[in-house]
Ligand binder design. Structure first.
Ligand code: DOR
Ligand code: ZN
Length: 420
């Protein structure tokens, strides 16, 4: 199918026509191309998420590769990296290939599996990183996300191991001894509520250690869901020294604060926890500065029984794929170059996903999304494509509607609706 996007604004530029032919951006559209009136719409390279939980295999009641892929496409994504904390854990070539194959079958976004760093995420023994890297899934990012690779010797070995194939270790930075029993950010609000705190230093101490290890080994470290102002300072210094470190921030850490825990609604329980207003300000500035490289959703669907229960028993995590761009738009406004870099170009580079994060010039793969920045939408959990409902934004009015998404020239979303 060929398309002609009439009067589209590429990254906020003046209106032009953009043709999609045979899976690539083309100079001209052939006769019979489907014409889309894109007046007022902005074209962005398809968004890329380096941190998505798709829950398959194992928790298909919360999400599947297919439902998560549909949520991603509706959010403007053309590629997502699927976290390894599935059941069984994605710690072998067999499991990562299964996830990769399910992604291909769904055909809505490119699903790039992340492999576990340690067997069973248990933090004791390295998983078969090389076998996952050389499998059909071509794994380049490894993470025990959900858990920290707390043992410094294992972390060092993992960093050494992946150097051979330019892999990267994505660390969930949480010193477990400092967060035992933790329920929310440690601070004024946790004191008032009497909930055990998750101190900022538990994150900052691991990031500080790991940038030193990455520097020592000369390998690549990626820091998941950075949540504190102190972490930003550690990263700023490490980057200034030339350490090969990249970092992500989630939409929720760019917007929400720990005050929300006061209502004890577990929809606001997440790991790392929501922090303070000054942390939020520091994270926003770090994303603008480039100290934080990317926005990653940490899309974490949970079944009703795991989320709608007492705060202490609820699983941490919130949905993110279908609201990420609207949240970023609401925080930063229409900074299209920033959005394209932090949500597509840089994540594609970190994940090694060639074909994504392009510049929409003629001849490049047609992975793109069309956004209506003037539209506003009230978030209704019942309307989400995700199989789960745990969005913290229910009832909020957010700017920006994803009108269409194209994966290698095929529409996955048209008129704001999933094509399949
Ligand atoms: O809130 C979170 N949820 N943080 C994590 O690190 C894991 C994730 C999940 O798997 O639900
Ligand atoms: Zn995590």
């Amino acid at each position: 199918m060929a398309y002609l996007l009439k009067d589209v604004s590429i990254l906020g530029g003046s209106p032009t026509d953009l043709a999609i032919v045979d899976g690539v951006i083309a100079g001209d559209a052939p006769e019979g191309a489907e014409v889309i009136d894109a007046t007022g719409l902005v074209a962005l390279p398809g968004l890329v998420d380096v941190h998505t939980h798709l829950r398959e295999p194992g928790r298909e009641d919360a999400e599947t590769v297919e439902t998560g892929s549909r949520a991603a496409a509706l959010g403007g994504y053309t590629a997502v990296c699927a976290m390894a904390n599935t059941s069984p854990v994605a710690d072998t070539a067999g499991v990562v290939e299964q996830v990769w194959r399910l992604g291909r079958e769904a055909g809505l976004v490119d699903v790039q599996p992340i492999g576990a760093v340690t067997i069973g995420l248990a933090g004791k023994q390295l998983a078969e990183l090389g076998a996952m890297a050389s499998s059909a899934a071509n794994v380049r990012i490894f993470s025990d996300d959900g858990f920290c690779v707390a043992d410094p010797r294992l972390m060092r070995r993992a960093l050494e191991y992946v150097k051979a194939f330019d892999g990267v270790i994505a660390q969930h930075a949480e010193e477990p001894r400092l967060t035992e029993g933790a329920q929310m950010h440690e601070g004024e609000v946790s004191t008032r509520l009497g909930l055990t705190g998750w101190p900022a230093v538990a994150e900052e101490a691991i990031i500080a250690r790991d940038v030193l290890l990455a520097e020592h080994v000369g390998s690549r470290l990626h820091v998941c869901h950075v949540s504190t102002a102190g972490s930003v300072e550690v990263l700023r210094q490490a980057k200034a020294r030339g350490v090969r470190v990249t970092a992500e921030v989630t939409p929720h850490h760019l917007l929400l604060t720990d005050e929300l825990a006061a209502g004890y609604d577990p929809v606001f329980k997440v790991n790392p926890p929501l922090r303070t207003r000054s942390d939020v300000e520091a994270l926003r500035q770090a994303l603008l500065d480039g100290v934080i490289d990317v926005v990653a959703t940490d899309h974490a669907p949970h079944a009703v029984q795991d989320k709608e229960c007492e705060w202490a028993y609820a699983r941490p995590g919130m949905l993110g794929l279908e609201t990420a761009l609207p949240i970023v738009l609401s925080v930063f406004g229409e900074k299209w170059d920033l959005i394209a870099d932090r949500m597509s170009i840089a994540p594609a580079r970190i994940a090694g996903l060639t074909g994504h994060g392009g510049d929409l010039s003629a001849g490049t793969p047609a992975n793109l999304t069309l956004v209506d920045p003037s539209a506003r939408r009230v978030v209704d959990p019942a309307e989400l494509a995700s199989r789960s409902r745990n969005t913290p934004y229910a009832g909020m009015t957010l700017p920006g509607r994803i009108v269409a998404t194209f994966l290698r020239g095929e529409a996955t979303v048209l008129d704001g609706k999933a094509v399949k």
